[in-house]
Ligand binder design. Structure first.
Ligand code: DOR
Length: 449
């Protein structure tokens, strides 16, 4: 396999506390060496972008691929194409497909189909995600499930959730909780507040999320299990997680870019791509999410990439399915709203999208230490990206960010030592020869042969 030398760029690897201008050599699919002035031999492809940052390939711990069942919305192939376009080389796929990922063979199906990026299946907690009978957690873990979740809904029955936490703890897996009490959500479609009163849409109170966060933290603490709270969106949830961590409970939490870049005021347009579960919250909640990211209460930024077809989204707001696509805007939204605003350093932002989600999932990923998989993203944090419908590689286009200009452009994504996305080509899997030609034309990327 050809070697690649990423030369003279700013290398940020929070897992090894590195932020310096050094070279990175990739060989045989792993990080072969790091250092100053690494000498390239004849076989080595050299990648050099002025002003670019080299970081571990991003780890997105919350993604909905729609295969099996809704391949019109996303397949594992199209989803991983979108992932690498966003600099993501490892993703965890939620089990709310049709059928549900609740058998070892479906886990194996999802696990084995990631080609451009690594796909880690998350299996269901309960059979069919019905919240009743526990799925065969040990067999699912053996087949490759990294965690368990009924994401899309909460496990409403506290006794079922308690037993799931107990079993998951025995097999050293994390339960990922979608926290929304179905009774409190009712027929709600947006956050309860002034914005819902003005719009006339049915409200969902913050308590729908917070009562479940509190319940699941109590249950996890009482049985000593590992719990991860998905898509935290309210001030109260951030406070509950902060307190649980202070109490020594093994809880981690994620939020998503839309919970720090949009508010319930953005629903005013009745744009159905702003319908999401949990719903977009108030400006005060957004402030609390930012503070939770800044002080370390929230461990990860994940996309909750939720593709939906145009036909299903082109309906009245309350008839539209919840969710928005997110993998491709994960990095630019985080840079624009958290780094450019001075709330997070770039290193801290990268940690939230690499080593920290990897740790929350208990997987080895998100580091550039020598010997690790050669999963790398090269991006320009200052370059602007104009988000258009055509720009997305995802099969679905349901994004409220279409029309915005964001900071942070992915230039190259490398997975297992292979270039799987290259910005100039605008396509995945560019060949070395193509790079050579383009380098000669653009003078931007230098390729040594
Ligand atoms: O908005 C959402 N969409 N929230 C979820 O939890 C599920 C997701 C989906 O699968 O569409």
């Amino acid at each position: 396999m050809r070697k690649t030398l990423l030369r003279g760029m700013r290398l940020i690897d929070p897992a090894t506390a590195t932020d310096e201008r050094i070279d990175l050599l990739l060989a045989d699919g792993v990080i072969a060496a790091r250092g100053v002035d690494i000498v390239a031999d004849q076989e080595t492809r050299i990648v050099e972008f002025p002003g670019a940052v080299v970081a571990p390939g991003l780890v997105d711990m919350h993604v909905h691929l729609r295969e099996p069942g809704r391949e019109d919305e996303e397949t594992i192939e199209s989803g991983t194409l979108a992932a690498v376009h966003g600099g993501i080389t490892t993703l965890a796929a939620m089990p709310n497909t049709e059928p549900t990922i609740d058998t070892p063979s479906w886990v194996e199906y999802v696990r084995s189909r990631g080609r451009l990026a690594r796909v880690h299946p998350i299996a269901a907690i309960t059979v069919g995600r019905e919240g009743k009978a526990l799925a065969p957690l040990a067999e699912l873990a053996q087949a490759g499930a990294v965690a368990f979740s009924d994401d899309g809904c909460s496990v409403a029955d506290a006794n079922v959730m308690r037993r799931a936490l107990q079993y998951a703890s025995m097999i050293e897996r994390t339960i990922i909780a979608h926290c929304e009490d179905p009774a409190l959500v009712g027929a709600g479609v947006m956050n309860e507040g002034l914005a819902s009163t003005r719009s006339g849409l049915s409200p969902i109170p913050a308590a729908a999320e917070e009562t479940m966060v509190a319940r699941d933290i109590l249950l996890a603490g009482s049985v000593g299990a590992r719990l991860h709270i998905a898509h935290v969106s309210t001030r109260g949830s951030v406070e509950l997680v902060r307190r649980a961590k202070a109490d020594g409970i093994a809880v981690t939490a994620e939020t998503c870019p839309h919970y720090f870049s949009l508010t319930d005021d953005d629903v005013r347009s009745y744009d159905t791509s702003t319908r999401v579960n949990p719903p977009l919250r108030s400006a005060d909640d957004v402030e609390a999410i930012k503070e939770g990211l800044r002080d370390g209460t929230i461990d990860a930024v994940a996309s909750d990439h939720a593709p939906h077809s145009l036909e299903e989204k082109q309906v009245e707001f309350d008839a539209a399915p919840p969710g928005m696509i997110g993998m491709e805007v994960l990095l630019p939204l985080t840079i624009t709203h958290m780094v450019d605003t001075g709330i997070l350093s770039l290193g801290k932002a990268i940690a939230l999208m690499t080593v920290q989600p990897a740790r929350a999932l208990g997987i080895t990923a998100g580091t550039l230490e020598t010997g690790a998989a050669a999963d790398v993203v090269v991006f320009d944090p200052r370059a602007k990206v104009e988000i258009t419908s055509d720009w997305f590689r995802s099969l679905s286009k349901n994004s409220p960010f279409i029309g915005s200009t964001l900071s942070g452009r992915v230039l190259i994504t490398i997975h297992d030592g292979q270039i799987v996305f290259e910005e100039d080509l605008g396509t995945a899997q560019g060949s070395g020869e193509d790079h050579g030609k383009r380098a000669a034309e653009s003078n931007e990327l230098v390729v040594g042969v």
